[in-house]
Design a binder for this molecule. Structure first.
Ligand code: MN
Length: 207
């Protein structure tokens, strides 16, 4: 059973990371412990390529001293024509942004984790990020290596205790949104996906 606070700004650190803590045995996994961090000026983002039961890409945005998280079901892209399903997952500790390695068999999210992209982001939403999150509409400017420029996260549905969002590249003036380089970034993992037979993934299979 997954529970998630709808108004996380008022929640204590322990509460924000309770789901994270409850799913893991820290004697068995090398993932970082549930620890709340202090906010700072340049919030970070990370995208982790996670070879779990199904390959997916965990997008995490720093807010409230934790990492707000989504499991993106296919490789993120700079192509504004492509919408990616992003299933909201439990908040992770800020330190998780540095995590790569193997989550052991039998543990939650077992499989290999690599850092696919990382950097800082600027919140372009009308509201501070936690409120934008609660409202279901986030606009951000990502300063990553692979992903650069404006992206939107839009909540499309809440199903049981999961929320489905879309991750979409917004059109902007970035030369990267013009064809050549986007395609390179987009297709890099394509063969990988095909190998994994990666199509639409039911949310419950993403962990
Ligand atoms: Mn994951």
């Amino acid at each position: 059973m997954i529970t998630r606070s709808r108004s996380p700004t008022k929640a204590g650190a322990g509460q924000l990371l309770a789901d994270y803590q409850g799913k893991r045995d820290f004697n068995k996994t090398t993932e970082p412990p549930a620890k709340h961090a202090r906010s700072h000026g340049q919030p970070i983002f990370v995208i982790q390529e996670h070879h779990a039961r199904r390959l997916h890409y965990d997008l995490r945005l720093e807010a409230d001293g934790v990492l707000k998280s989504w499991a993106v079901t296919k490789v993120p892209t700079m192509d504004p024509a492509v919408r990616r399903l992003a299933v909201r997952t439990e908040d992770h500790p800020l330190e998780y942004a540095n995590f790569k390695g193997d989550i052991p068999e039998g543990q939650y999210g077992a499989g290999h984790v690599e850092i696919w992209d990382r950097g800082t982001y600027e919140n372009l939403s009308r509201w501070p990020l936690p409120k934008a999150l609660a409202q279901g509409k986030i606009e951000i400017d990502l300063h990553g290596q692979k992903l650069k420029g404006k992206f939107a996260l839009i909540r499309i549905a809440g199903e049981r205790n999961r929320e489905n969002w879309l991750l979409v590249k917004m059109k902007d003036d970035s030369p990267l949104t013009k064809n050549g380089q986007i395609r390179a970034a987009h297709s890099r993992k394509q063969s990988h996906q095909n190998v994994k037979g990666h199509h639409v993934v039911p949310p419950q299979l993403i962990d």
